[in-house]
Design a protein around this ligand. Structure first.
Ligand code: IPM
Ligand code: MG
Length: 356
């Protein structure tokens, strides 16, 4: 099969981790007889420096015309002072919105080899962590109107959070369908004791749960969820939540896996076009030092094969290879343990590629 992939390395460690995912994808192509064609697009700060905008219209077209998009990370202190309308993150939100990527899947799986890297006690981790956060990605406060203006002699800032029925229903369906294929348990996370958006969210989830009676459904408040993730993380299978709650909870949950550097994500649309990226940021403090963990991006490439290209065996090959390198005791700095072999970002990519 021939697939066109738009590659957006971005800023900070983005280019380093993306190079390793591309290396692994090339190995998969060779092994399974596919052709992956890569079209590179500047996004984030590097695009601001070159073109004055965080992504060009030409770049957007390349993403829209690809079979899928692979992204590294955007942003960094260099662009913190930019006007909010052209900040690096703005490009990421634009791609998510214009490509209709409303469903963000963030699997949180602890590789047993990394049990010691997790800050939680073994007794809390039980049989292991394997949960999935389904985050709504194109609505809520990320996309509402915002404004900072002077009122009564002082500055007042406003960010609007809004959700429409159809936005909630479509993410709810993705969550129920996904739960059906996993442990058949779904917890819907909201703040229905305070927010109208959450009350509508809950109403629609309750309508949907009648259609998915084979899925064990529960409501849980977001503050309690934050606590339960640490207290008893194995109670969860699939969690579904709105955009900002999902942003925060997925960073928290990532630590259950030992390091945020391990966590991949898929952002899906109604069709097969998806964007795949690690959930971590551009980590400017360690950029260019060959110490970043490339596994989150490599695992994101595996999700791309599985979800956008329907290549389950190929995805299994990548995930199996990651498992093998961890078995061999290879670790990047963030997941380093006594008695293991420390590898750089590049060497980790080589090791995974060699195992395919
Ligand atoms: C993420 C990131 C982004 C988000 C930032 C970079 C805009 O934190 O993908 O979780 O908030 O969605
Ligand atoms: Mg985040």
């Amino acid at each position: 099969m021939t697939k066109n992939i738009a590659v957006l390395p971005g800023d900070g460690i983005g280019p380093e981790i993306i190079a390793e995912a591309i290396k692994v994808l090339n190995k998969v192509a060779e092994k399974f007889g596919h052709e992956f064609k890569f079209t590179y697009v500047d996004i984030g700060g590097c695009s601001i420096d070159k073109y004055g905008v965080p992504i060009t219209e030409d770049g957007m077209e390349k993403c829209k015309n690809a079979h899928s998009v692979l992204l590294g990370a955007v942003g960094g202190p260099k662009w913190d002072g930019c006007d909010p309308s052209i900040r690096p993150e703005k490009a990421l939100l634009k791609v998510r919105k214009e490509l209709g990527l409303f469903a963000n899947l963030r699997p949180t799986k602890l590789f047993p080899q990394l049990a010691d890297a997790s800050p939680l006690k073994e007794s809390v981790m039980g049989e292991g962590i394997d949960l999935l956060i389904v985050r709504e990605l194109t609505g809520g406060v990320y996309f509402g109107d915002r404004d900072t203006s002077e009122k009564n002699g002082e500055l007042v800032a406003t960010d609007i959070m809004s959700y429409s029925q159809h936005e909630i229903e479509r993410i709810g369906r993705v969550a129920f369908e996904t739960a059906r294929k996993r442990g058949k348990k779904l917890a819907s996370v909201d703040k229905a004791n305070v927010l109208d958006t959450s009350r509508l969210w809950r109403k629609i989830m309750h309508e949907l749960k009648e259609e998915y009676s084979d899925v064990e459904y529960s409501d849980i408040l977001v503050d309690n969820t934050a606590m339960q993730l640490i207290k008893n993380p194995t109670q969860f299978d699939v969690l579904v939540t709105e955009n900002m709650f999902g942003d925060i909870l997925s960073d928290e949950a990532s630590m259950l896996t030992g390091s945020i550097g391990m966590m991949p994500s898929a952002s899906l649309s109604e069709g097969t076009l998806g964007m795949y990226e690690p959930i971590h940021g551009s980590a400017p403090d360690i950029a260019g030092q060959n110490i970043a963990n490339s596994l989150g991006t490599i695992l994101s490439a595996a999700m791309m094969l599985r979800y956008s290209f329907n290549m389950a065996d190929e995805a299994d090959a990548i995930e199996g290879a990651v498992n093998s390198v961890l078995d061999k005791g290879y670790r990047t700095a963030d997941i380093m343990q006594d008695g293991c072999v420390r590898l750089g970002c590049k060497e980790m990519g080589d090791a995974v590629s060699d195992c395919i």
